[in-house]
Design a protein around this ligand. Structure first.
Ligand code: RP5
Length: 160
């Protein structure tokens, strides 16, 4: 598998499915796993430490609330980690966003937007990272962007 999509809970899947859908669009192989920073800390360490040797190139990690999964994953691997703040009930994902974004200098997580758009963009950004070493994939990313641009230009009037 080229991309690992991990999430703190089954309850994160309705959000993280948007990352998977984007990777499907580009035919990028991926795996999905529930890995909790708090409930399964040893599994998190093992997953992150073994990811590179298993061929994973990018990890997408989604979590909500005290969202330590992306940061702790990044602490255990030098692979790029893209963090998706899942929208929490209590604080609407602001807690998730700040937990993921406010990493200390020296351990990096690429933080996306809260919720579905962030998950989709994590998939897109993973594709763009992989495309730097894959010209065919870069062509697909360029085409995706072009289709999007043309769709906006084809309908300039918001009243239809
Ligand atoms: C986090 O706590 C998970 O990533 C999830 O977003 C949140 C709530 O988890 P559940 O209580 O729904 O399992 O660890």
């Amino acid at each position: 598998m080229t991309v690992g999509i991990i999430m703190g809970s089954q309850s994160d899947w309705p959000t993280m499915t948007h990352a998977a859908a984007m990777l499907d669009h580009f035919a990028i192989p991926y795996e999905t796993r529930i890995v909790s920073a708090h409930r399964t800390p040893q599994l998190l360490a093992d997953y992150a430490q073994q990811a590179a040797e298993r061929g994973i190139k990018v990890i997408i990690a989604g979590a909500g609330g005290a969202a330590h999964l992306p940061g702790m994953t990044a602490a255990h691997t030098s692979l790029p980690v893209l963090g998706v703040p899942v929208q929490s009930k209590a604080l609407k994902g602001m807690d998730s966003l700040l937990s993921i974004a406010q990493m200390p200098k020296g351990v990096a997580v690429g933080t996306l937007a809260i919720g579905d758009a962030g998950a989709a963009n994590a998939g897109l950004l993973a594709a763009q990272i992989l495309a730097t070493a894959d010209p065919d994939l870069m062509t697909k990313v360029d085409a995706f962007r072009q289709v999007q641009t043309e769709a906006v230009l084809a309908q300039p009037n918001p009243q239809g």
